[in-house]
Every structure is written in structure tokens, then in C-alpha cells.
Design a protein around this ligand. Structure first.
Ligand code: GLV
Ligand code: MN
Ligand code: MN
Length: 413
């Protein structure tokens, strides 16, 4: 199958076109789940799938499936895919390379005259990013049974609008129970993605073969203090919610830097205060804290340390703390046979490669609960991601898509 030709010009044009479908001023990409931009992005992807001759369906939470039937309808299909939602102030490659790249891989396989035994199915996952509901990978969590439908139905955004309202407004109806897929319903799932770290570029390596995905977790802390006039409320006895939150954010940094593992990372990525007026003592602070590690033990110890510190800080400052573990997920291990398969593809194509760990999470983390999984990484400039200047070159993307296409062909044979 060396004759597979990736049309990188067309793919790059499509990536650039999708980047213009954004809630922000280009080149900034912001496509929050079920926003008008996300809905238009979905239409754009569906149009490309139709033009590629793929059969489309969507489930009740808006995961989109685009299928190329195989010669043997009795065999479980092979799946690939990623996401097109984008956090505020993002770039154009995160997730998108795994969606549009997969469409190009299928087009290239078709053009080369390949006919797979198994169906090849592209999945465009709903809400890989946690922006709308504070929890990432909502679609793949539901598909894999990691998130119970009743818990999903209870999800609300910061304005109190529920997942049910959002999905139904977007035209995705039906019961959330129906989203779950059977175990081993897919023979394999392979996700192409930018690395979102600096290693491949630094080592001048074309492909990262992911063996493991680090374990993510999220804490939400709602702090209620006592507000008041910034001039009239003297400093003794103040119960300032922001100051308690600030101490908590520093405690997060302390906990992860003293964990004993260089892989523990912690980020207070959301910190909102009320009433948000310069002349008013903050009466409320809402923090969302992301803690990850390749090892569960050090991640969990850091989580516990942060929770203990937060309780102490809030008690000392007279602030009421409501803390919640939004998600605490295990790491995922990629399938050894698929790791070998992608390694073989890279060797056959003469492409430099290395085995690595994904420090970012991906829908693969949850797909790994129901089928053998694998991820293919390509370099991104400076390791930069979740920023408008995120960049992978057309050559880097082309190599990734060639490796994906060959892998899909082998896995579907
Ligand atoms: C995915 O977007 C992540 O935050 O790892
Ligand atoms: Mn992302
Ligand atoms: Mn992503």
C-alpha cells in the first residue's frame, strides 16, 4: 500500500477553512460545544464526509459517525477520529488534524483502490474540551460507559443551562442511555493528534507512537466569603473569597511541585470572582483545578493535599468551601499489538518515530475502556497548543495522515 497519496494541499485548505469557523476573530479559534460556530463546524465536517462517500449518523449526545463500509459486514469496524470543539483562544490543529486528517486518510485509501474488510468509521466526538460543562470528553465518556447517562443529564454550564437543553437545541434528541457502545464493538480505535508538547520537534522525530495517556483529574471549588464596600470594610475580619482562592492556587502549585514525581502537573485554569467590581470585596470565587500525572499514586496524593490545604485556608479565612471532584480518571495503556502495528508502518514508510506518553488527555483515554486503542502524534511548533499560534507544518501533517491511512488499512484487513 505504498501507493497511498495524501492530498496535503486540499487537507491544509480544509484545516484553514474550518479555522475560519470560530466565535473569535481569526486567527484565534474558539469553538465551544454547541455554539453557533461548533454547529457550523459540524456541518462543514459532515459535508466533507458526504463528499467522501461516507454514511453519516449521530447519537443522542451529538457524537458523529461517518462510515466507509467494509467488504465483510460481519466484522467489527475499525474506528478513528478526534474532536473539532476548541477552547477559548485556541489554534486550528488540536483535534482537527485527527478529524480532517482521517477524512483525507479515507479518501486516499479509496483513491488507491483499497477495499477494507472491516468498515472504517470516523468518530467526531462531542465536547472533548471541558469548556461548556467543566468536564472533558463528554461524548467518549458516554460512549464507553464511564459517565452514567443520569450524571450527564445533570451537567449544567455556568448559566445553569443543562446538557439536555443544549443537545436538544442542537438537534440531538433521543435518550442518553442509547449512546453507550458495546465492549469490543470496534476492532480498534486509532486517533491522530498533534503532540501538544515539545519532544518530537526537539528530537526531530516525525511520529510519536503513544503507549500511555496520563491520568487527568479536575477539582471544582466554590468559595463563599462576605462582600462589602472596599473603602468601608476595614481589613481585620474580612472574609475575602478571592484571597482564599489565591492561597488555594498557590497550594496547588506547592502540592504538585513537591509530589516527588516530575510528571505531576497542576493548573488553576478557572478563577472567577463575584461581584467583580473594583470597589467591592469579592464575596465569591469559583476555581477549577486540573491535576494530572502519569502515575495515579502521586496524582491522588497531590489531590488529597490540595483538598486538605483548601479546607484549612477557608477555615482560617472564614470562607465557606464547597469542593467537588469533577473527574478522577485512571491512565490508559495503548494496545501492544497496535503499537507494534504503527511501529511497523513507520518502518515500512521510512518515517522516524519514537514511543511516548501523552500528557494531554484525549477521547482515546475513554475509548480504551471498550476496545484496543492507539494514538499517533505529530510534532507541533515549540510544543505549543491551546493557543492561537499552535502550528504543525503541512509536511508534518501529511506524514501523520500517511501513517494513519496505512494503519487503518492494516487494522481493517
Ligand atoms: C485536552 O484538551 C487536554 O486538556 O488534555
Ligand atoms: Mn485541547
Ligand atoms: Mn485535542
Amino acid at each position: 500500500m505504498n501507493s497511498i497519496k495524501v492530498d496535503i494541499q486540499r487537507l491544509q485548505r480544509e484545516i484553514d477553512e474550518l479555522a475560519l469557523i470560530t466565535e473569535a476573530e481569526p486567527p484565534v479559534v474558539t469553538r465551544v460545544l454547541f455554539s453557533e460556530a461548533d454547529l457550523r463546524g459540524r456541518e462543514f465536517v459532515k459535508k466533507l464526509c458526504r463528499e467522501a462517500g461516507l454514511a453519516l449518523r449521530a447519537d443522542a449526545v451529538g457524537n458523529i459517525f461517518a462510515r466507509w463500509d467494509g467488504a465483510n459486514g460481519k466484522l467489527p469496524p475499525v474506528a478513528t477520529g478526534s474532536h473539532i470543539d476548541a477552547i477559548p483562544n485556541a489554534g486550528r490543529y488540536d483535534g482537527v488534524v485527527g478529524v480532517l486528517g482521517a477524512i483525507e486518510a479515507i479518501r486516499a485509501l479509496k483513491k488507491a483502490g483499497h477495499r477494507p474488510q472491516r468498515a472504517i468509521e470516523l468518530i467526531v466526538f462531542t465536547a472533548e474540551e471541558p469548556t461548556r460543562f467543566g468536564i472533558g470528553c463528554v461524548g467518549s465518556r458516554l460512549l464507553s460507559g464511564v459517565l452514567a447517562p443520569e450524571k450527564a443529564a445533570a451537567l449544567q454550564d455556568r448559566d445553569g443551562k443543562s446538557l439536555d437543553e443544549w443537545r436538544q437545541g442542537a438537534g440531538y434528541t433521543g435518550s442518553l442511555e442509547s449512546v453507550r457502545l458495546p465492549k469490543d464493538g470496534y476492532a480498534a480505535f486509532v486517533e491522530l493528534h498533534i503532540e501538544q508538547g515539545p519532544i518530537l520537534e526537539r528530537e526531530n522525530t516525525a511520529i510519536g507512537i503513544v503507549e500511555k495517556i496520563a491520568a487527568p483529574s479536575t477539582l471544582r471549588m466554590d468559595l463563599t466569603g462576605v462582600g462589602g464596600h472596599a473603602g468601608g470594610t476595614l481589613m481585620p475580619g474580612r472574609r475575602d473569597a478571592l484571597l482564599a482562592g489565591a492561597e488555594i492556587a498557590l497550594a496547588v502549585e506547592r502540592a504538585v511541585t513537591s509530589s516527588g514525581s516530575p510528571d505531576t502537573v497542576g493548573t488553576t485554569g478557572v478563577f472567577r470572582i463575584e461581584p467583580g467590581a473594583v470597589n467591592s470585596v469579592p464575596c465569591r470565587a469559583l476555581l477549577e483545578i486540573d491535576v494530572r500525572d502519569t502515575k495515579v499514586a502521586t496524582r491522588d496524593a497531590a489531590l488529597a493535599q490540595i483538598e486538605t490545604a483548601a479546607a484549612e485556608i477557608c477555615q482560617r479565612r472564614g470562607v465557606v468551601l464547597q469542593a467537588e471532584r469533577v473527574n478522577v480518571d485512571p491512565p490508559a495503556v495503548c494496545d501492544a499489538a497496535l503499537v507494534e502495528m504503527v511501529t511497523g508502518v513507520c518502518r515500512q514508510l521510512g518515517v522516524s518515530h519514537k514511543k511516548m506518553t501523552s500528557r494531554a488527555y484525549h477521547d482515546t483515554l475513554f475509548m480504551a475502556q471498550i476496545c484496543p486503542c492507539m494514538m499517533i502524534f505529530i510534532p507541533c511548533r515549540g510544543g505549543v497548543s491551546h493557543r492561537p499560534d499552535e502550528f504543525s507544518s503541512p509536511e508534518q501533517i501529511e506524514t501523520g495522515v500517511r501513517v494513519l491511512a496505512q494503519t487503518l488499512a492494516r487494522a481493517a484487513d
